[in-house]
Design a protein around this ligand. Structure first.
Ligand SMILES: Nc1ncnc2c1ncn2[C@@H]1O[C@H](COP(=O)(O)OP(=O)(O)OP(=O)(O)O)[C@@H](O)[C@H]1O
Ligand SMILES: [Mg+2]
Length: 372
Protein backbone atom coordinates (compact mmCIF):
# COMPACT_ATOMS: atom_id res chain seq x y z
CA UNK A 1 0.00 0.00 0.00
CA UNK A 2 1.29 3.41 -0.93
CA UNK A 3 0.63 6.20 1.51
CA UNK A 4 -0.28 8.56 -1.23
CA UNK A 5 0.63 12.18 -0.82
CA UNK A 6 -0.20 11.31 2.49
CA UNK A 7 0.13 12.07 6.08
CA UNK A 8 1.01 15.19 4.22
CA UNK A 9 3.00 16.65 7.04
CA UNK A 10 3.53 13.15 8.35
CA UNK A 11 2.33 13.05 11.90
CA UNK A 12 5.03 10.51 12.60
CA UNK A 13 7.75 13.00 11.89
CA UNK A 14 9.33 14.31 15.00
CA UNK A 15 8.81 17.96 15.47
CA UNK A 16 11.76 19.95 16.74
CA UNK A 17 10.58 20.06 20.37
CA UNK A 18 9.80 16.35 20.51
CA UNK A 19 13.24 15.56 19.21
CA UNK A 20 14.63 17.15 22.34
CA UNK A 21 12.86 14.64 24.57
CA UNK A 22 15.06 11.83 25.74
CA UNK A 23 13.68 8.34 25.94
CA UNK A 24 15.05 5.96 28.58
CA UNK A 25 15.88 3.39 25.88
CA UNK A 26 17.33 3.47 22.38
CA UNK A 27 14.90 2.84 19.58
CA UNK A 28 15.63 2.71 15.87
CA UNK A 29 12.93 3.15 13.29
CA UNK A 30 13.52 1.96 9.76
CA UNK A 31 13.08 4.87 7.38
CA UNK A 32 12.32 4.93 3.69
CA UNK A 33 15.04 5.77 1.16
CA UNK A 34 14.33 9.29 -0.15
CA UNK A 35 14.43 9.51 -3.96
CA UNK A 36 14.03 12.98 -5.47
CA UNK A 37 13.50 12.66 -9.21
CA UNK A 38 14.27 16.13 -10.58
CA UNK A 39 14.49 17.29 -14.18
CA UNK A 40 18.28 17.71 -13.95
CA UNK A 41 19.24 14.83 -11.69
CA UNK A 42 18.08 12.12 -9.30
CA UNK A 43 19.07 12.60 -5.69
CA UNK A 44 19.01 9.74 -3.17
CA UNK A 45 19.34 10.04 0.60
CA UNK A 46 19.29 7.51 3.43
CA UNK A 47 18.87 8.60 7.03
CA UNK A 48 18.68 6.70 10.30
CA UNK A 49 16.52 7.58 13.27
CA UNK A 50 17.90 6.43 16.59
CA UNK A 51 16.69 7.65 19.93
CA UNK A 52 14.81 10.44 18.15
CA UNK A 53 17.92 11.75 16.45
CA UNK A 54 18.54 11.58 12.72
CA UNK A 55 21.89 10.51 11.26
CA UNK A 56 23.00 10.91 7.67
CA UNK A 57 23.89 7.45 6.36
CA UNK A 58 24.25 7.69 2.63
CA UNK A 59 23.58 10.11 -0.19
CA UNK A 60 24.38 10.87 -3.81
CA UNK A 61 23.11 12.19 -7.11
CA UNK A 62 23.18 11.22 -10.77
CA UNK A 63 22.48 13.33 -13.86
CA UNK A 64 19.51 12.51 -16.08
CA UNK A 65 19.52 12.76 -19.85
CA UNK A 66 17.84 15.95 -21.07
CA UNK A 67 14.09 15.59 -21.45
CA UNK A 68 13.80 12.40 -19.35
CA UNK A 69 11.70 14.30 -16.76
CA UNK A 70 9.71 17.31 -17.95
CA UNK A 71 6.89 19.27 -16.31
CA UNK A 72 6.83 16.88 -13.36
CA UNK A 73 6.19 13.80 -15.50
CA UNK A 74 8.32 10.88 -16.64
CA UNK A 75 8.99 11.23 -20.36
CA UNK A 76 11.63 8.53 -20.41
CA UNK A 77 10.97 6.05 -17.58
CA UNK A 78 13.67 3.64 -18.82
CA UNK A 79 16.40 6.26 -18.60
CA UNK A 80 15.23 7.40 -15.17
CA UNK A 81 15.02 3.77 -13.97
CA UNK A 82 18.53 3.07 -15.21
CA UNK A 83 19.87 6.16 -13.42
CA UNK A 84 18.15 5.21 -10.13
CA UNK A 85 19.44 1.61 -10.31
CA UNK A 86 22.97 2.82 -10.99
CA UNK A 87 22.92 5.28 -8.12
CA UNK A 88 21.45 2.75 -5.65
CA UNK A 89 24.16 0.30 -6.71
CA UNK A 90 26.94 2.88 -6.32
CA UNK A 91 25.65 3.81 -2.88
CA UNK A 92 25.24 0.11 -1.99
CA UNK A 93 21.70 0.69 -0.79
CA UNK A 94 19.79 -2.55 -0.32
CA UNK A 95 16.65 -1.26 1.39
CA UNK A 96 13.71 -1.48 -1.03
CA UNK A 97 11.16 0.83 0.57
CA UNK A 98 11.32 4.26 -1.01
CA UNK A 99 9.60 7.63 -0.74
CA UNK A 100 9.18 9.94 -3.72
CA UNK A 101 7.49 13.26 -4.36
CA UNK A 102 5.72 14.93 -7.23
CA UNK A 103 4.92 18.49 -8.19
CA UNK A 104 3.69 20.53 -11.12
CA UNK A 105 0.45 20.62 -13.04
CA UNK A 106 -0.62 17.09 -12.00
CA UNK A 107 -0.99 18.12 -8.36
CA UNK A 108 -3.63 20.42 -6.94
CA UNK A 109 -3.31 21.68 -3.40
CA UNK A 110 -6.25 23.59 -1.95
CA UNK A 111 -6.99 25.00 1.44
CA UNK A 112 -10.68 24.66 2.29
CA UNK A 113 -12.61 25.94 5.25
CA UNK A 114 -14.95 23.37 6.79
CA UNK A 115 -16.90 22.71 9.96
CA UNK A 116 -14.87 20.71 12.49
CA UNK A 117 -15.56 16.99 12.10
CA UNK A 118 -14.24 13.70 13.39
CA UNK A 119 -11.49 12.22 11.17
CA UNK A 120 -13.78 9.44 9.87
CA UNK A 121 -16.59 11.85 9.06
CA UNK A 122 -14.14 14.22 7.37
CA UNK A 123 -12.81 11.36 5.24
CA UNK A 124 -16.34 10.56 4.05
CA UNK A 125 -17.13 14.21 3.42
CA UNK A 126 -13.95 14.73 1.36
CA UNK A 127 -14.48 11.65 -0.79
CA UNK A 128 -18.05 12.64 -1.60
CA UNK A 129 -17.55 16.43 -1.96
CA UNK A 130 -14.00 16.78 -3.30
CA UNK A 131 -15.19 17.22 -6.88
CA UNK A 132 -16.38 20.76 -6.24
CA UNK A 133 -12.88 21.84 -5.14
CA UNK A 134 -10.82 20.10 -7.82
CA UNK A 135 -10.68 20.81 -11.57
CA UNK A 136 -10.10 17.11 -12.38
CA UNK A 137 -12.48 14.17 -12.63
CA UNK A 138 -12.48 12.62 -9.16
CA UNK A 139 -11.96 9.11 -10.55
CA UNK A 140 -8.72 10.27 -12.16
CA UNK A 141 -7.01 11.44 -8.98
CA UNK A 142 -5.55 10.19 -5.73
CA UNK A 143 -6.90 12.29 -2.89
CA UNK A 144 -5.53 13.11 0.52
CA UNK A 145 -6.13 15.77 3.14
CA UNK A 146 -4.87 17.11 6.41
CA UNK A 147 -6.51 19.12 9.13
CA UNK A 148 -4.40 22.22 9.67
CA UNK A 149 -5.60 22.77 13.21
CA UNK A 150 -6.08 26.49 12.62
CA UNK A 151 -9.23 26.70 14.73
CA UNK A 152 -8.72 29.27 17.47
CA UNK A 153 -11.74 28.28 19.54
CA UNK A 154 -13.99 31.20 18.57
CA UNK A 155 -15.59 29.40 15.60
CA UNK A 156 -16.66 25.87 14.76
CA UNK A 157 -14.75 25.76 11.46
CA UNK A 158 -11.20 24.85 10.57
CA UNK A 159 -8.85 24.75 7.56
CA UNK A 160 -8.27 21.53 5.67
CA UNK A 161 -5.48 21.06 3.18
CA UNK A 162 -6.80 19.04 0.27
CA UNK A 163 -4.40 17.40 -2.18
CA UNK A 164 -5.30 15.71 -5.44
CA UNK A 165 -2.76 14.12 -7.79
CA UNK A 166 -3.42 12.70 -11.23
CA UNK A 167 -3.36 8.90 -11.05
CA UNK A 168 -1.92 8.68 -14.55
CA UNK A 169 1.19 10.65 -13.59
CA UNK A 170 1.65 9.08 -10.16
CA UNK A 171 1.21 5.56 -11.58
CA UNK A 172 3.99 6.20 -14.11
CA UNK A 173 6.38 6.81 -11.22
CA UNK A 174 5.09 3.85 -9.20
CA UNK A 175 5.34 1.45 -12.15
CA UNK A 176 8.86 2.62 -12.96
CA UNK A 177 9.98 2.08 -9.33
CA UNK A 178 8.24 -1.28 -9.02
CA UNK A 179 9.90 -2.35 -12.27
CA UNK A 180 13.24 -1.84 -10.48
CA UNK A 181 12.15 -4.13 -7.64
CA UNK A 182 11.57 -1.19 -5.29
CA UNK A 183 8.57 -0.72 -3.05
CA UNK A 184 7.26 2.86 -2.99
CA UNK A 185 5.70 3.52 0.40
CA UNK A 186 5.11 7.26 0.24
CA UNK A 187 4.29 9.73 -2.53
CA UNK A 188 4.56 13.28 -1.24
CA UNK A 189 4.40 16.79 -2.69
CA UNK A 190 7.66 18.78 -3.06
CA UNK A 191 6.43 21.88 -1.20
CA UNK A 192 5.40 19.80 1.84
CA UNK A 193 8.62 17.79 1.82
CA UNK A 194 10.49 21.08 1.98
CA UNK A 195 8.45 22.07 5.00
CA UNK A 196 9.01 18.76 6.81
CA UNK A 197 12.76 18.84 6.38
CA UNK A 198 12.91 22.48 7.42
CA UNK A 199 10.92 21.81 10.58
CA UNK A 200 13.07 18.87 11.55
CA UNK A 201 16.21 21.04 11.39
CA UNK A 202 15.20 24.55 12.42
CA UNK A 203 13.06 26.03 15.22
CA UNK A 204 9.32 25.95 14.55
CA UNK A 205 8.51 29.48 15.68
CA UNK A 206 8.67 32.44 13.32
CA UNK A 207 7.84 32.96 9.67
CA UNK A 208 10.04 31.75 6.85
CA UNK A 209 9.73 31.53 3.08
CA UNK A 210 11.22 28.25 1.84
CA UNK A 211 12.33 28.65 -1.76
CA UNK A 212 13.65 25.66 -3.74
CA UNK A 213 15.10 26.60 -7.12
CA UNK A 214 15.82 23.57 -9.28
CA UNK A 215 16.63 23.27 -12.96
CA UNK A 216 13.09 23.91 -14.19
CA UNK A 217 10.90 24.44 -11.12
CA UNK A 218 10.74 26.81 -8.23
CA UNK A 219 8.74 25.82 -5.14
CA UNK A 220 7.85 28.47 -2.60
CA UNK A 221 6.27 27.60 0.72
CA UNK A 222 5.76 30.31 3.35
CA UNK A 223 5.34 28.79 6.79
CA UNK A 224 4.42 30.58 9.96
CA UNK A 225 4.83 28.93 13.38
CA UNK A 226 4.71 25.50 11.75
CA UNK A 227 1.74 26.06 9.42
CA UNK A 228 1.95 26.53 5.65
CA UNK A 229 0.24 29.81 4.73
CA UNK A 230 1.08 30.29 1.04
CA UNK A 231 2.54 27.71 -1.34
CA UNK A 232 3.31 28.14 -5.02
CA UNK A 233 5.05 26.23 -7.85
CA UNK A 234 6.57 28.33 -10.62
CA UNK A 235 8.00 27.01 -13.89
CA UNK A 236 11.40 28.70 -13.69
CA UNK A 237 14.86 27.48 -12.77
CA UNK A 238 18.57 27.31 -13.42
CA UNK A 239 18.15 25.66 -16.83
CA UNK A 240 16.98 29.07 -18.11
CA UNK A 241 20.51 30.31 -17.47
CA UNK A 242 22.09 27.38 -19.32
CA UNK A 243 19.79 27.86 -22.30
CA UNK A 244 20.43 31.57 -22.47
CA UNK A 245 24.22 31.10 -22.24
CA UNK A 246 24.11 28.39 -24.95
CA UNK A 247 22.08 30.64 -27.23
CA UNK A 248 24.17 33.76 -26.65
CA UNK A 249 27.50 32.09 -27.38
CA UNK A 250 26.19 29.49 -29.82
CA UNK A 251 27.62 26.61 -27.78
CA UNK A 252 26.25 23.22 -26.61
CA UNK A 253 24.16 22.83 -23.45
CA UNK A 254 27.06 20.96 -21.80
CA UNK A 255 29.50 23.78 -22.56
CA UNK A 256 26.99 26.35 -21.32
CA UNK A 257 26.39 24.35 -18.11
CA UNK A 258 30.14 24.22 -17.43
CA UNK A 259 30.43 27.99 -17.95
CA UNK A 260 27.42 28.63 -15.71
CA UNK A 261 28.68 26.70 -12.70
CA UNK A 262 32.21 28.07 -13.14
CA UNK A 263 33.74 24.77 -14.23
CA UNK A 264 35.05 26.48 -17.36
CA UNK A 265 36.57 29.95 -16.83
CA UNK A 266 34.32 32.65 -18.29
CA UNK A 267 37.23 34.83 -19.47
CA UNK A 268 36.01 37.34 -22.10
CA UNK A 269 32.42 36.08 -21.69
CA UNK A 270 32.23 37.24 -18.09
CA UNK A 271 30.34 40.47 -18.69
CA UNK A 272 27.70 38.91 -20.90
CA UNK A 273 27.20 36.00 -18.48
CA UNK A 274 26.74 38.48 -15.65
CA UNK A 275 24.05 40.25 -17.71
CA UNK A 276 22.26 36.91 -18.34
CA UNK A 277 22.39 36.07 -14.61
CA UNK A 278 21.04 39.49 -13.81
CA UNK A 279 18.12 39.35 -16.18
CA UNK A 280 17.02 35.80 -15.27
CA UNK A 281 17.55 36.19 -11.52
CA UNK A 282 15.41 39.36 -11.73
CA UNK A 283 12.55 37.19 -13.03
CA UNK A 284 13.01 34.74 -10.14
CA UNK A 285 13.17 37.53 -7.58
CA UNK A 286 10.06 39.14 -9.04
CA UNK A 287 8.12 35.83 -8.67
CA UNK A 288 9.37 35.40 -5.10
CA UNK A 289 8.31 38.98 -4.30
CA UNK A 290 4.85 38.35 -5.79
CA UNK A 291 4.41 35.31 -3.53
CA UNK A 292 5.55 37.33 -0.51
CA UNK A 293 3.01 40.04 -1.46
CA UNK A 294 0.32 37.38 -1.74
CA UNK A 295 1.24 36.20 1.73
CA UNK A 296 1.09 39.76 3.10
CA UNK A 297 -2.25 40.44 1.41
CA UNK A 298 -3.77 38.78 4.45
CA UNK A 299 -3.33 41.55 7.03
CA UNK A 300 -3.09 39.18 9.97
CA UNK A 301 0.07 37.58 8.61
CA UNK A 302 3.32 38.11 10.46
CA UNK A 303 6.42 39.76 9.05
CA UNK A 304 8.82 37.38 7.26
CA UNK A 305 11.84 36.54 9.39
CA UNK A 306 13.89 35.04 6.58
CA UNK A 307 14.12 33.34 3.22
CA UNK A 308 15.71 29.89 3.18
CA UNK A 309 17.02 28.88 -0.25
CA UNK A 310 17.59 25.38 -1.55
CA UNK A 311 17.96 23.54 -4.87
CA UNK A 312 20.89 23.79 -7.28
CA UNK A 313 19.65 27.21 -8.46
CA UNK A 314 20.29 28.64 -4.99
CA UNK A 315 24.01 28.38 -5.76
CA UNK A 316 23.90 31.02 -8.48
CA UNK A 317 26.66 33.48 -7.60
CA UNK A 318 25.29 36.73 -6.14
CA UNK A 319 21.68 35.50 -5.79
CA UNK A 320 21.61 35.74 -1.98
CA UNK A 321 22.68 39.40 -1.97
CA UNK A 322 20.37 40.27 -4.86
CA UNK A 323 17.37 38.69 -3.14
CA UNK A 324 18.21 40.34 0.14
CA UNK A 325 18.49 43.79 -1.48
CA UNK A 326 15.20 43.36 -3.29
CA UNK A 327 13.13 41.96 -0.42
CA UNK A 328 14.85 43.47 2.59
CA UNK A 329 14.50 40.08 4.31
CA UNK A 330 17.53 38.09 5.54
CA UNK A 331 18.39 35.28 3.10
CA UNK A 332 20.23 32.07 3.94
CA UNK A 333 21.04 28.73 2.39
CA UNK A 334 18.93 25.94 3.82
CA UNK A 335 21.11 23.18 5.26
CA UNK A 336 18.95 20.03 5.48
CA UNK A 337 21.51 18.22 7.64
CA UNK A 338 22.30 20.96 10.14
CA UNK A 339 20.75 19.20 13.12
CA UNK A 340 21.59 15.65 12.07
CA UNK A 341 24.48 13.47 13.17
CA UNK A 342 27.21 13.12 10.56
CA UNK A 343 30.25 10.90 10.50
CA UNK A 344 33.07 12.77 8.70
CA UNK A 345 34.85 9.43 8.16
CA UNK A 346 31.89 8.16 6.15
CA UNK A 347 30.76 11.31 4.37
CA UNK A 348 33.18 14.08 3.48
CA UNK A 349 31.94 17.27 5.24
CA UNK A 350 32.83 19.46 2.22
CA UNK A 351 30.83 17.21 -0.10
CA UNK A 352 27.89 17.24 2.32
CA UNK A 353 27.96 21.04 2.56
CA UNK A 354 28.22 21.46 -1.17
CA UNK A 355 25.43 19.02 -2.08
CA UNK A 356 23.19 20.07 0.84
CA UNK A 357 21.01 22.57 -1.08
CA UNK A 358 20.26 20.07 -3.88
CA UNK A 359 19.62 17.29 -1.34
CA UNK A 360 16.89 19.10 0.57
CA UNK A 361 13.94 17.24 -0.96
CA UNK A 362 15.66 13.83 -0.96
CA UNK A 363 16.51 14.38 2.73
CA UNK A 364 12.91 15.38 3.48
CA UNK A 365 11.66 12.20 1.83
CA UNK A 366 14.20 10.15 3.78
CA UNK A 367 12.53 11.32 7.02
CA UNK A 368 9.51 9.20 6.24
CA UNK A 369 8.99 5.90 7.96
CA UNK A 370 9.09 2.78 5.81
CA UNK A 371 6.59 1.00 8.04
CA UNK A 372 3.31 0.63 6.17
N1 LIG B 1 26.83 26.92 -8.91
C1 LIG B 1 25.72 26.89 -9.63
N2 LIG B 1 25.24 28.00 -10.25
C2 LIG B 1 24.14 27.98 -10.98
N3 LIG B 1 23.37 26.89 -11.14
C3 LIG B 1 23.77 25.75 -10.54
C4 LIG B 1 24.95 25.69 -9.76
N4 LIG B 1 25.09 24.42 -9.30
C5 LIG B 1 24.05 23.73 -9.78
N5 LIG B 1 23.25 24.53 -10.53
C6 LIG B 1 22.03 24.19 -11.27
O1 LIG B 1 21.04 23.65 -10.44
C7 LIG B 1 20.21 22.80 -11.22
C8 LIG B 1 20.06 21.49 -10.51
O2 LIG B 1 19.45 21.71 -9.27
P1 LIG B 1 18.48 20.63 -8.64
O3 LIG B 1 19.23 19.36 -8.48
O4 LIG B 1 17.89 21.25 -7.44
O5 LIG B 1 17.41 20.48 -9.82
P2 LIG B 1 16.35 19.34 -10.08
O6 LIG B 1 15.79 18.94 -8.76
O7 LIG B 1 16.96 18.23 -10.87
O8 LIG B 1 15.32 20.10 -10.99
P3 LIG B 1 13.77 20.44 -10.77
O9 LIG B 1 13.44 20.32 -9.33
O10 LIG B 1 13.62 21.83 -11.28
O11 LIG B 1 13.05 19.45 -11.63
C9 LIG B 1 20.87 22.62 -12.57
O12 LIG B 1 20.24 23.43 -13.53
C10 LIG B 1 22.28 23.09 -12.30
O13 LIG B 1 22.88 23.64 -13.44
MG1 LIG C 1 14.15 19.58 -7.63
Amino acid sequence: MVKLLSRIHNKKILKHDQAMMKLPFLSTEKLAIGIDIGSHSVKICELKLTDKTYSVINLGSILLPEGAVEDGSLHNPEAVGTAISELLKNLQIKHKKVAISISGYSVIVKKIHLAIMEEKQLEEFISSEAEQYIPFDIDDVYLDFQELKTNTGDSDATDILLVAAKKEIVDEYLNMLRGLGLQPVVVDVDAFVLENIYESNYPLHGTVALVDIGATNMHINIISDGTSITAKDIVMGSRQLTEQIAETFDITTEEAEALKIGQTPAEDKQEQIARIFNSICSQWVSEIKKTIDLYHSNKTNKRLDKLALSGGGSKVAGLIEFLHNETNVPVEIFNPFIKMLKNPKQIDPDYLNNIGPEMTIAAGLALRTSVI
